[in-house]
Design a protein around this ligand. Structure first.
Ligand SMILES: Nc1ncnc2c1ncn2[C@@H]1O[C@H](COP(=O)(O)OP(=O)(O)O)[C@@H](O)[C@H]1O
Ligand SMILES: [Mg+2]
Length: 305
């Protein structure tokens, strides 16, 4: 199969091809209409500044669906060259403007069109988004406070989540964000989101600013937390190793206007990141994705609508 993405065609592997710890899925396979979907995109196009001279179509005709698996959410890694619309897709699911609403098509969460942000979706960004004037515990329990949960209950749950994300209650709970390392701040951001038990967790390059060792520790943490919370996770990353380690599925997007070029099913992470990420089958999947994405980066045409 080949795909015309502007420039030279890129050779794409056929569906059902096995590559290392992954398998290529058929993007045009019929979807089971009877199965409940947790997230669905139906022919979604987003044009920023539509109708103006600076109109720019970031994604075009994106269609995919993620099933609502009972007692287990999937971990979906979203990969692609920079500017292909990964954040646009995440923020459309989150219902955040100006990405929301889409210009054309429909974004559905649990079979309902997204109308705006909601408690069923939680987002973790790359930049540390804690409140500077609040302690770790107050940051982690902020969402509960907004929901009107009383102080005692809030602090009890907060204590559990401080420890869940690997911080120490006695020494860390009273610290302010400026007293924390980057890794610790992202632990706070994750706890703050997960404490609210969202069905869908949206993570936009959450570990992009961390050093490699901290990053692997955070990947291991995320695998263990995610098993517990059983949410569906959409995870955007530039690190292909991270996507292959964390993902049950990976979507690879082509250059703007972005659309989904390839979908892989990936074997789950069953060992710590530092062991799994040096195995030959793991690296075979990584190399396949790296080749595809570098070809896409090379093909980038000048931005136009
Ligand atoms: N608010 C906006 N207004 C105009 N253009 C935007 C806006 N947000 C993103 N874009 C453009 O849309 C394209 C996709 O952006 P984005 O989704 O952030 O890509 P990615 O996350 O894959 O790097 C980029 O070319 C970007 O410049
Ligand atoms: Mg982005």
């Amino acid at each position: 199969m080949t795909d015309q993405t502007g420039g030279n065609p890129i050779a794409m592997p056929d569906p059902a091809t096995k590559i290392g710890i992954s398998e290529v899925l058929d993007l045009s396979r019929p979807r089971e209409p009877s199965r409940p979907k947790i997230v669905e995109f139906r022919h979604v196009t987003k044009t920023y500044n539509a109708g103006m001279p600076n109109a720019f179509t970031a994604i075009r005709d994106v269609t995919f669906s993620v099933e609502d698996l009972p007692d287990k959410g999937e971990f979906i890694a979203v990969l692609g060259p920079s500017g292909c619309g990964k954040s646009t897709i995440l923020r459309l699911i989150a219902g955040l403007s100006p990405q929301h609403p889409p210009t054309e098509g429909e974004v559905l969460v649990l079979n309902q069109p997204v109308a705006g942000p909601g408690a069923d979706r939680g987002m973790v960004f790359q930049d540390y988004t804690s409140f500077d004037h609040r302690t770790v515990l107050e940051n982690i329990t902020f969402g509960l406070e907004c929901q009107g949960v009383g102080r005692a209950e809030r602090n009890e749950l907060g204590r559990k989540w401080v420890e869940h994300v690997g911080l120490k209650f006695e020494t860390d709970a009273g610290k302010f964000p400026h007293e924390l390392s980057g890794g610790m701040r992202q632990r706070v951001a994750i706890a703050r989101t997960l404490i609210l038990r969202p069905r869908i967790i949206l993570m936009d390059e959450p570990f992009g600013a961390l050093d490699p060792q901290t990053r692997m520790n955070m990947q291991d943490l995320l695998v263990s937390l995610w098993r517990e919370v059983q949410a569906t996770v959409f995870f955007v990353t530039h690190s292909i190793e991270e996507a292959v380690f964390l993902g049950d599925r990976a979507y690879v997007m082509g250059n703007s206007p972005g659309t989904i070029l390839e979908e892989l099913r990936i074997e789950p992470a069953d060992r710590p990141a530092r062991f799994m990420q040096r195995e030959p089958r793991f690296l075979e999947t990584v190399n396949h994705l790296r080749d595809l994405i570098s070809q896409l980066e090379e093909q980038k045409r000048p931005e136009r609508d």
